[in-house]
Design a protein around this ligand. Structure first.
Ligand SMILES: Nc1ncnc2c1ncn2[C@@H]1O[C@H](COP(=O)(O)OP(=O)(O)OP(=O)(O)O)[C@@H](O)[C@H]1O
Length: 343
């Protein structure tokens, strides 16, 4: 189903939780809503699900206005961060619940319920755990039950609110990959709320960045990473060095049109200050090594300089010495790695 969110605003008292947010989500797309705590992500999901009413704007399902449709008639699957399973019901009954509470005219027969639940348990690979209770499952298994419960109603849209937020990194990485495969197999339009940019970039077709209730930018993970429009987006998707354009003085390349300039720590090349500048179009900054962090495959150096500290990643090679704090260095950044920012 195609989902269209049209100029949705929501206020709680004096607080503008959402400020005229519009997004179009084509059928089968997986979109991440990414933003810091309090940016309005959950509020937007709740409005799509019908659990909250917008003050302004509309939600359209396949072009039809659903803003005033009651939640139970929207056919939406919702998975929360905290499993929200019924502890006194078996896995099977937890999944069947979504069907048993359907409006009478849409509710399947007992036999159909058994069939549908078995089918979904197979899909989420929990066939043998139907008789267990939630307390007898791992965190990852519980989230798969929660997902099964959302899927069993054959949702038109799947909404996931930090579904893997409470799980450890290994399980989380495995589940996100599995979820992506399942979502593609089902062709299900899905919105995935997270504040983990890596998770969003890894599995989503598009990312929508929210901050303070405003939608700042939408695009593919690669487009947002390489062409962020503002310093907030540049800093939120990966690490970024952000410099005021005027701080570059005469060294600012001609192509830079924004108020600020960003570059990624991996795009700067470190050398001793006496080294000749790299050939071709490069911006050269100079400063003094302040601090270093060994991060495994890279070493991240913080370089103090007039005009603001920058961070540079150097590949780590076993046996090679780190550059000592206090060393004067030059940083060469190719012009084509410089990103113009509007603000
Ligand atoms: N029912 C409510 N009454 C009053 N304020 C609310 C209500 N629901 C949300 N808010 C406020 O609206 C803002 C946005 O909340 P929301 O839960 O949408 O943010 P979020 O981006 O999902 O954050 P998090 O990542 O922490 O879950 C917050 O400041 C929150 O305190």
């Amino acid at each position: 189903m195609t989902l269209h969110i049209d100029s949705v605003s929501k206020r709680f008292g004096q607080y503008q939780a959402l400020d005229s947010v519009s997004i179009n989500i084509p059928k089968g797309e997986l979109v991440a809503l990414l933003g810091p705590s309090g940016s309005g992500k959950t509020t937007l999901l709740r409005i799509i699900a019908g659990l909250e009413t917008p003050d302004q704007g509309r939600v359209l399902f396949d072009g039809e206005d659903a803003t005033d449709v009651a939640p139970r008639y929207r056919q939406i699957g919702f998975v929360f961060q905290h499993y929200a399973l019924f502890p006194h019901l078996s896995v099977f009954e937890n999944v069947a619940f979504g069907l048993r509470v359907m409006a009478r005219e849409a509710r399947p027969s007992e036999e159909q319920i058994r069939e549908r639940v078995s089918e979904i348990l197979k899909l989420v690979r929990l066939t043998n755990l139907g008789e267990r209770f939630p307390a007898q499952l791992s965190g990852g298994q519980r989230q798969r039950v929660a997902l099964a419960r959302a899927l069993v109603i054959r949702p038109r849209v799947l909404l996931l609110d930090e579904p893997f937020g409470a799980l450890d990194v290994t399980v989380r990485t495995e589940l996100r990959r599995w979820l992506r495969e399942l979502q593609q197999e089902l062709g299900l339009t899905t919105i995935f709320v997270t504040h983990d940019q890596e998770e969003a970039s890894a599995i989503c077709d598009r990312i929508a960045i929210l901050n303070e209730g405003k939608l700042l930018q939408t695009g593919s993970p690669v487009d947002l990473f390489t062409m962020p429009a503002t310093s907030f987006v540049a800093g939120f998707l990966g690490s970024a060095n952000i410099l005021a354009r005027e701080s570059l003085g005469a060294g600012a390349p001609v192509g830079i049109s924004g108020a600020k300039v960003a570059f990624r720590p991996a795009d700067g090349k470190l050398s001793t200050s006496a080294a000749a500048p790299a050939p071709g179009g490069h911006l050269r900054l100079s400063g003094t090594i302040q601090h270093r962090e060994f991060l495994g495959s890279i070493v991240r150096y913080a370089i103090a300089r007039t005009g603001g500290e920058v961070q540079i990643d150097a590949p780590f090679k076993a046996g090679e010495a780190f550059i000592a704090p206090g060393t004067e260095v030059a940083v060469d950044i190719p012009h084509d790695a410089l990103i113009s920012l509007n603000s």
